[in-house]
Design a protein around this ligand. Structure first.
Ligand code: A2P
Length: 321
């Protein structure tokens, strides 16, 4: 069964479930290639990656395997990548995009996002440039609208179909909406039952900016932040809801997000769990269950990006829920 798609403001369609490919700093390349292939065999038609993840060549190889064995054609699959923070000065946008495209082995991207609203200084070969004292080198004078103009040019040149943002707050979105010719079609940010993001989701959806949730399970392998007790994937309330529908906690969480009109990009390197996460279109949560899940909110983030907090563009000062 094909996953449903959402129509974006520019008329393109985004599949409601994609495979996330961040594998942490210790990337297991063989696993990622296999994960991409398993996902495509399962029916996923959306793969989410980024320059940061250092796996774009591996992701591209997995996609190519599936094109070569005729499981899919290029146009059947929706590929997302992201402009890293060191490349937000206008002169770096296109070269960064071209590097991503080359590593993926593709001729165009479906979606390209500004990864975070926090520009870093460009230092050759450095993902997170720091001074001698270990402080991150921000490039705070950059105006997001100037980066965005370069993103628009990529669309005009036919290199990418859709452009969007990630981790932007509502002030930052307003600024782009006031200064763009092509509207951001997607905002990708962290959403799950412990971070329901009611206000930001509503803000985006009212303006026809599609929301994609990363870290739907609260990224149990990743904690930058103290995990809540119980961790999301062990929450007894969600377990109880799942038992009613004969679904796992992970499936209930994905379904909760999908029913809010949010697309999801769960990560897994395990074939069984990749398949399990796709089995979320054959049941429906009740209004009561949706509000019980909403009540679990704790405004808890896996990724508070504390190391970015000194930037004037740090997005998480304000509470949106
Ligand atoms: P694994 O790769 O062993 O499946 P998030 O998408 O929130 O970042 O979470 C990703 C993490 O959740 C990975 O560590 C992944 O581990 C685990 N995971 C993915 N799917 C499931 C699932 N259905 N049940 C339990 N854990 C899962």
């Amino acid at each position: 069964m094909a996953a449903p798609k959402a129509k974006l403001s520019n008329g393109c369609e985004i599949p409601m479930i994609g495979l996330g490919t961040w594998a942490g700093w210790q990337t297991q390349s063989v696993q990622i290639r296999e994960a991409v292939k398993t996902a495509i065999d399962t029916g996923y038609r959306h793969i989410d990656t980024a320059f940061l993840y250092k796996v774009e060549d591996i992701v591209g190889a997995g996609i190519m395997d599936k094109i070569q064995d005729k499981t899919i054609q290029r146009e059947d699959i929706f590929i997302t990548s992201k402009l890293w923070q060191t490349f937000m000065a206008p002169e770096h946008v296109k070269p960064a995009f071209q590097k991503t495209l080359k590593d993926l082995g593709l001729e165009y991207l479906d979606l390209y996002l500004i990864h975070k609203p926090i520009p870093y200084k460009y230092v050759e070969g450095e993902m997170i440039p720091k001074d001698e004292d270990g402080n991150v080198l921000f490039n705070d004078s950059i105006d997001h609208a100037d980066t965005w103009r370069e993103m628009e040019k990529l669309v005009e040149e036919g290199l990418v179909k859709t452009i969007g943002i990630s981790n932007f707050n509502h002030h930052q979105i307003h600024h782009l909406l006031d200064n763009c010719s092509i509207k951001p079609a997607v905002n990708q940010f962290e959403v799950h039952p412990y971070l329901t993001q009611t206000k930001l989701v509503e803000f985006c959806q009212k303006r026809d900016i599609h929301v994609t949730a990363f870290s739907p399970f609260g990224s149990p392998a990743e904690y930058e932040n103290q995990p809540p007790d119980p961790p999301l994937l062990q929450n007894p309330k969600i377990k109880e809801i799942g038992e009613r529908h004969q679904k796992t906690i992970a499936q209930v969480i994905l379904r909760y997000l999908l029913q809010r009109g949010i697309s999801v990009i769960p990560k897994s390197a395990n074939a069984g769990r990749i398949r399990q996460n796709f089995q979320v279109f054959d049941f429906e949560l009740t209004d009561q269950e949706m509000s019980d899940l909403k009540a679990l909110n704790q405004n808890w983030r896996v990724y508070p990006f504390d190391f970015d907090a000194k930037s004037r563009h740090y997005p998480f000062f304000e509470v949106y829920d």
